[in-house]
Design a protein around this ligand. Structure first.
Ligand SMILES: Cc1ncc(COP(=O)(O)O)c(C=O)c1O
Length: 420
């Protein structure tokens, strides 16, 4: 037993306390009733930061889209079922979840494709040949980095990698665009969007944020902080389903000058005029490309119903309470506690609330074997190789007893898996 644990009370007292506290926290949780809206099993699902759970009403809605809207109305559904305008209409449903006013978000394509649109359009918005640098989060989710590289080649710019915590050193009169992840997908670190956006603006550059790991997990407040462009996926905390379309935010003040590098016919001011000259649509529709992926889009539309009446501040409060409780449980259940010299697991996720997203990443030398065995016990997280156990906490359907059970299972598994 490590030194720090010898000062703790008896282990069974601690675990009894955790059982009692989990029950009390669940009983006092104002979001607890929302769990009933989702299809879950008896296990503990901590992978909603990869693929959100299915809201129970979605299959019937998708069945209606297929059988009636497509099967019976066929081509008429583009108008009668609102298919044509769905990318903007559903964008307006996502808008309040990320603090955006209406008319600034369009849904469609993947996050990767929207990163491309945003970075190239950002360079064009910066409209200054002496601004040669596209600054990219050094720890970015890889796709953003790959796409930004290509965007740099196409626009004659160069890539500069920077740790968001030391961003100011990378900024200057040569900065055109800065592409940052709001929450780091690996460590769960939350970056300071208001301060970093202000610093980017101070340098006269365009701020592009990737919200994949923050939208639906915490308040983002795009408009309030003057973000220029943003992208995000909908299959994680927004529960849109596997491969559900992503979104692009273009702040209203930039829409007139926003020049998409993929000006497909859906972004034309009058698409059915079939004009060979391109005239861009106004508003969010300017970010569209080709025919929308209606089945996925309307599954997402249905899934967004679960957010009706949900306040993002209570989501954030619960998310922090869940991750705090998980850290406390892991400290008790995991052999050697957390972050000690004898510990099997140490947290990569910041302790400070202001720097924490909605996941906990634990470094563990035996991570692959541990994650496998957790899955065998019905606890689903994911592995970020080679040695990170990642657990996502989705406030709409994760409870405190779930968290305790997951940490208890982690403790059992660590006791079974020999140290590497
Ligand atoms: C931060 C971040 N950006 C981008 C992506 C990739 O998005 P897509 O596959 O929709 O292009 C992911 C996927 O998990 C992600 O976590």
């Amino acid at each position: 037993m490590s030194d720090h644990r010898m000062t703790q009370p008896d282990e069974s007292v601690l675990t009894d306390e955790l059982v009692r506290d989990a029950a009390a926290l669940d009983a006092a949780d104002p979001l607890a009733p929302l769990r009933e809206l989702f299809v879950l099993d008896g296990g503990v699902y901590l992978d909603g930061n990869s693929l959100g759970a299915l809201p129970a009403h979605v299959p019937a809605r998708v069945a209606d889209v297929v059988a009636r809207q497509w099967g019976e109305l066929r081509i008429h559904s583009w108008r009668e079922s609102g298919w044509w305008d769905a990318p903007e209409r559903i964008g307006d449903r996502i808008a309040p979840l990320v603090g955006a006013g209406p008319g600034q978000i369009v849904v469609g394509d993947s996050t990767s494709v929207n990163v491309f649109k945003a970075v190239v359009a950002g360079v064009r918005l910066s409209a200054d040949e002496s601004r040669t640098d596209i600054v990219v989060d050094a720890a970015t989710f890889p796709t953003d980095g790959y796409v930004a590289e290509s965007a740099a080649r196409l626009t004659g710019r160069r890539i500069v990698h920077a740790d968001p915590r030391e961003l100011s050193a990378a900024l200057g009169p040569a900065t055109a665009v800065v592409l940052l992840n709001h929450v780091d997908y690996r460590s769960g670190r939350l970056h300071d969007l208001p301060a970093l956006t202000a610093a980017v603006h101070e340098a006269g550059a365009i701020a592009v944020w990737d919200l994949c790991h923050s939208a639906g997990a915490l308040p983002v407040d795009l408009d309030a902080h003057g973000v220029d462009l943003a992208v995000g996926c909908t299959y994680k905390y927004l529960n849109g389903g596997p491969g559900s379309p992503a979104y692009l935010y273009v702040a209203e003040r930039h829409q007139e000058a926003f020049e998409s590098p993929l000006p497909g016919w859906n972004s034309h001011a009058d698409p059915f005029a079939m004009d060979h000259r391109y005239t861009p649509a106004g508003g969010a529709a300017r970010g569209r490309v080709g025919t929308p992926d209606i089945l996925s889009l309307l599954a997402l539309d249905a899934a967004l119903d679960v957010w009706e009446g949900v306040d993002m501040d209570s989501v954030r409060a619960k998310s922090l309470a869940l991750t705090d409780f998980f850290l406390r449980c892991a400290e008790t259940y995991a052999e050697g506690g957390l972050n000690g010299v004898d510990s099997r697991v140490s947290s990569l996720t910041p302790v400070a609330h202001e720097a924490r997203g909605s996941q906990i990443a634990l470094r563990c030398a035996e991570a692959p074997a541990v994650m496998d065995r957790l899955a065998g016990r019905g606890v689903v997280g994911d592995l970020r190789g080679p040695d990170v156990l990642r657990f996502g906490f989705t406030p709409l359907y994760t409870g405190f007893e779930d968290v305790r059970r997951a940490a208890a299972a982690l403790g059992e598994v660590l006791a079974e898996v020999p140290r590497a």
